[in-house]
Design a protein around this ligand. Structure first.
Ligand SMILES: C[S@@+](CC[C@H](N)C(=O)[O-])C[C@H]1O[C@@H](n2cnc3c(N)ncnc32)[C@H](O)[C@@H]1O
Length: 339
């Protein structure tokens, strides 16, 4: 292939000019002999700048060793390991939280799990890869994770819309897929509001809001690990507003604390309905409710909000499918104004 043969002492200078003019064929390795350096080029240099130096090099034909190309996608890393349709499935279930990658690997690929995890580690350049080994379960909404590649370090720092969120993927619930939903809510909040984040977790709603708005937020969660990380996250972020962390049961909080909230966030889609009536009672006239429920349609969650509001007037402000939860079922979000 086409190359420039350059005396060693001039090679670096000429290489820089070639690079600036995109003339080097970067797929091949530069070759060196005792006296000369051979640079693979894409075409004969004919530009002004190089013409001045053409006594310093000779255009020759040379063979070069090619660089081994690194794949640029997960598909590239996995193409020799599993079938195309399996790669697509793995991609759909892929979550990155800080330096941690969480994968779903079907049972029938058990024997390939380490190869898949290794590919994910290389492709994402994160530090740890875990496999989901149970559904999200229990009151704390956590799941069991199997460590497959990289470090076994489940505590990580995740960044979401400028908020720094420290959390342990084994000890608390956290879904990066709700980032856009949280930002939607932040945009609706006005300075001066009193807010209840009833199932706050490590505080992604609360921290995102309090960083940007001068508000007072009661952030309630029953999981002590979640409240521990929420407190750490309050220190990790510069906040305009104030968060009051509350470790305990939502029902107890609502019955003991006499809040008159402008806004209540209820992100516990499986069981939030049990707390709906009490939550609405804590909402001031004209207050906003952000209610989440697993449902196949909008009617069910809307009907529940209306029933729980009893004689109060309800205006549905927005309804949306936040994310898919299982085939035919969605994590639905309903915003309602309760008068
Ligand atoms: C789906 S997670 C949502 C966490 C957070 N809002 C987020 O978006 O990442 C629900 C949270 O509710 C908490 N939780 C469950 N039951 C509760 C209860 N009765 N009272 C207070 N918190 C509860 C769990 O510990 C969990 O952190």
């Amino acid at each position: 292939m086409l190359a420039l043969k350059i005396p060693k002492n001039k090679a670096d200078f000429i290489r820089r000019i070639l690079l600036k003019h995109s003339l080097i064929d970067l797929d091949f390795k530069i070759k060196r002999s005792d006296e000369y350096v051979y640079i693979p080029i894409l075409k004969k240099p004919d530009n002004e700048v190089l013409r001045e130096y053409d006594k310093d090099f000779e255009v020759v034909y040379q063979s070069f060793d090619a660089y081994r190309k690194r794949p640029t996608s997960l598909k590239g890393y996995l193409k020799d390991v599993v079938e195309q349709d399996v790669i697509l499935e793995i991609k759909k279930s892929f979550d990155i939280i800080g330096d941690v990658v969480i994968l779903e690997i079907p049972e029938d690929l058990e024997s390939l799990k380490y190869k898949i995890a290794d590919a994910a580690l290389k492709f994402t350049k994160r530090k740890s890869v875990y496999r989901k080994s149970s559904e999200i379960k229990g009151v704390m909404r956590t799941r069991t994770l199997e460590h497959l590649a990289g470090e076994d370090q489940s505590e990580t720092l995740h960044t979401e819309y400028g908020s720094r969120l420290l959390l342990d993927v084994r000890k608390v619930y956290f879904s990066p897929r709700l980032a856009t939903e949280r930002e939607r809510i932040v945009e609706q909040v006005s300075d001066g509001e009193v807010i209840v984040d009833l199932f706050a977790g490590v505080g992604p709603f609360s921290v995102n809001i309090a960083r940007q708005k001068t508000v007072e937020i009661y952030a309630v969660d029953i999981n002590p690990h979640a409240i521990y990380y929420l407190k750490r996250n309050m220190k990790l972020n510069k906040m305009k507003g104030m968060i009051i962390p509350v470790l305990g049961d939502a029902h107890q909080f609502l019955s003991e604390k006499d809040v008159n909230a402008d806004r209540i966030i209820m992100n516990l889609p499986g069981t939030a309905c049990k707390y709906l009536e009490e939550a609405i009672n804590s909402l001031k006239v004209g207050g906003t409710l952000h209610y989440y429920e697993f449902s196949s349609d909008y009617q069910n969650p809307i009907k529940r909000i209306k029933e729980a509001s009893r004689k109060r007037d309800v205006t549905i402000l927005n309804k949306r499918k936040v994310k898919s939860s299982s085939p035919g079922t969605w994590h639905m979000g309903i915003d309602a104004c309760i008068n």
